[in-house]
Design a protein around this ligand. Structure first.
Ligand SMILES: [Zn+2]
Length: 412
């Protein structure tokens, strides 16, 4: 049994702080959360003094690419280093990500399910993972991994990462089953071009047919999996909402069609804006990537504000894995810059994020019955959200009741 005596607690159930609060933990689970004055601490409990910190729930990133380390084609094809070396790089990134306060990550493509299983088996330290394994799209879409010369990757025969290209509803159903067979917890498909897509594939281009989208959603839902949909705007975005996907990733031009937000409310579809990645694309991307990412910033902010106004559920997802690892909290800073309050941004990365990934019974808040994922922060992130960047002020990380990072001596 552990008793965490908090100075200030942001438990993710409301937008405000609680003062002088004590959280009791038995093994993995939170068994009570009460004002310290009302809390009877069992004599055999290990008392952890967190009075110098603001305690918040473990953070969740709903859209990361842990196995991406750049956008150049050789790296994407996995031919710049031996697989073993690459796997160690991924393991190191997972450890780093956990230490910065991210206790759960939903990977949106490129990460084999074996990493999830290795973490669950405690072979390596890392966040709890949900993986999509690959990204599904028809020929010509994002899953194609074409080189600028037009060559397709000649190297992909790793059974842990099936090729994502499929055409027509029947093949889409097969592809969904194939991804699940390779260990996918969630199905990811791409309905439109993106900021970093090659020339000619624009963010409002619909790169899939309506019956293909319907087949993906139906097959995934029948097999109990949620569907995350890469869509920036245009008819591909609206058709995906009509088909009942579970979350829209990027959603940059959502605000352009008033039906979009209504459909999201109607079908309880989450919105994962990805501001951090566009910042990188606009600064360091290809010439056309830079142009697109700079152009879409205003629309992205407009979509966020319109979604907030309509009450659409918004979650934090960086998508920045290809540029930088270990700074998932940058997205929280971006959300605040775009118009959220710091407490709203933290909810987007905790309570609402847990609901988006279907783990709201276990994660996202510090309350009775949830897994004990909590962070001790040496500054108050409600006053300055940027203190969470790179986990700089995250002094202690607890995942499932276990202290997995403890730097308290550095901050006191
Ligand atoms: Zn992505």
């Amino acid at each position: 049994m552990k008793a965490v005596i908090c100075g200030e607690l942001f438990d993710g159930t409301a937008l405000t702080l609680k003062s002088d609060w004590t959280v009791l933990i038995d093994k993995e689970e939170i068994i009570s959360s009460h004002p310290t004055s009302d809390c009877e601490i069992p004599l055999d409990a290990e008392v952890i003094d967190a009075r110098a910190f603001t305690v918040i729930p473990g953070l969740i990133d709903c859209h990361d690419h842990i196995a991406s380390f750049g956008y150049e084609i050789a790296g994407r094809w996995g031919i710049t280093e031996q697989q073993t070396h690459r796997h160690m790089r991924i393991a190191s990134t997972l450890h780093q990500t956990l230490q910065t306060g991210y206790t759960t990550i939903r990977d949106a493509g490129g990460l084999p399910a074996g990493f999830r299983d290795a973490i669950d088996e405690k072979l390596i330290p890392g966040p709890r993972l949900l993986v999509s394994v690959g990204i599904i799209s028809p020929t010509g879409g994002i899953a194609g991994h074409l080189s600028p010369s037009g060559h397709k990757t000649p190297f992909s025969d790793d059974p842990a990462l099936p090729d994502g290209v499929a055409n027509g509803p029947i093949e889409m159903r097969k592809k969904v089953r194939e991804m699940i067979g390779a260990g996918a917890d969630v199905i990811k498909f791409a309905a439109t071009g993106g900021a970093s897509s090659r020339m000619g594939l624009e963010p409002r281009d619909m790169l899939i047919t309506k019956d293909e989208i319907e087949a993906i959603v139906d097959e995934a839902h029948k097999l109990g999996k949620k569907v995350m949909c890469h869509a920036l705007g245009g008819p591909g975005l609206t058709a995906s909402l009509e088909a009942g996907v579970d979350s829209i990733e990027h959603g940059t031009f959502l605000h352009e069609d008033p039906r979009n937000l209504q459909l999201m409310i109607q079908h309880n579809i989450f919105f994962t804006p990805t501001f951090a990645v566009y910042k990188y694309h606009s600064e360091k991307g290809t010439p056309h990537g830079k142009r697109r990412a700079s152009e879409l910033k205003t629309d992205h902010t407009k979509s966020l504000l319109a979604a907030m106004d309509q009450g659409v559920k918004i979650v934090a997802g960086t998508d920045a894995g290809g540029w930088v690892h270990g700074n998932n909290a940058e997205e929280l800073v971006c959300l605040v810059e775009a118009g959220m309050s710091p407490s709203q941004a933290i909810l987007a990365g905790t309570q609402t994020a847990a609901e988006c990934i279907g783990l709201q019974e276990e994660l996202g808040t510090i309350e009775k019955g949830k897994k004990a994922d909590l962070l001790f922060v040496s500054q108050n992130p409600l006053e300055d959200i940027s203190c969470l960047q790179f986990g700089e002020t995250v002094s202690l990380v607890m995942k499932g009741g276990e202290v997995v990072s403890d730097k308290r001596h550095e901050s006191l």
